[in-house]
Design a binder for this molecule. Structure first.
Ligand code: 13P
Length: 258
């Protein structure tokens, strides 16, 4: 039985106190869920990371950072280095979120340096990819995803892929103005991503989990999670109340026969 992944990116929401309350509550609500079969993770803001790590057992809820610089130190004002993240205790680093790429102009080349640096420093790297509405209009989504994977994972050693996760988050599906991808569409794109990962890493590519994100909600979580190429759900707004996220996780698990 494949492992399922459920996680949330808290974006620029929740103070330190709100984050620790949320995590404590989510850990309590989900404590009976088997962590052999299900991986839960939360990605709070930088300022909350140290306290978050002290307030929750990462064997129950893995914690991650929303971004990371590719250098250990230097003249990079405003950036956070892998050594600084190691100090906080997080085990996961998200790289290339749609908002990093499209609001802050990050490139595939930069994401590649970050993935490589995150893996070298012992983190699990969650690389986010996704096509824009224009890419979709011209039906070049698969080509764009392949390019993001090939560039973003360039030079990555197959040995590191046991700490690599991919999130497919179509840009047009994310946030308050987003429209969720249909389960059929998401499954097709996930299939494309999985084929590409297998081409890049013939020995280990099939093991890399591929999560869907973008307007996941209680109304579509079940049909998405039952798709054969979808290994998990990466949720924004619908996960930011612990009880609501717990319900979503449980209904998705049930739909997936758990
Ligand atoms: P929403 O679920 O709010 O659309 O956000 C998804 C997301 O960006 C997760 O990283």
């Amino acid at each position: 039985m494949k492992k399922l992944y459920f996680g949330s990116n808290l974006k620029m929401y929740k103070t330190i106190r709100e984050t620790t309350e949320y995590l404590t509550s989510l850990a309590r609500l989900t404590e009976d869920i088997s962590r052999e079969e299900t991986e839960l993770f939360i990605i709070p803001s930088y300022t909350a990371l140290e306290r978050a790590c002290a307030s929750v057992d990462q064997n129950l809820i893995r914690l991650g950072a929303q971004n990371m610089c590719w250098e250990e130190q230097g003249q990079f004002t405003g950036e956070i280095s892998p050594l600084m993240l190691q100090e906080t205790g997080v085990r996961l680093v998200m790289i290339g979120h749609s908002e990093r790429r499209h609001v802050f102009g990050e490139t595939d080349e930069e994401e590649n340096k970050k993935v490589s640096c995150a893996l070298q420093h012992g983190f699990t790297a969650l690389l986010c990819i996704g096509e824009t509405a224009e890419d979709k209009k011209y039906a070049v989504g698969p080509e764009v995803l392949r390019m993001q994977l090939k560039k973003g994972l360039s030079g990555i050693d197959a040995d590191g892929t046991d700490r690599l996760w991919v999130a497919y988050e179509p840009v047009w599906s994310i946030g308050v103005n987003g429209t969720p991808a249909t389960a059929d569409y998401a499954e097709r794109m996930h299939g494309e991503i999985k084929r590409c990962l297998l081409e890049l890493f013939p020995e280990t590519g099939a093991q890399i989990p591929v999560l869907y994100g973008g307007s996941v909600n209680p109304g579509n979580a079940e049909e998405l999670i039952v798709q054969p190429s979808i290994d998990g759900l990466f949720v924004g707004r619908a996960a930011w109340q612990a009880d609501k996220f717990n319900e979503l996780i449980r209904s998705a698990q049930k739909a997936a026969g758990r």
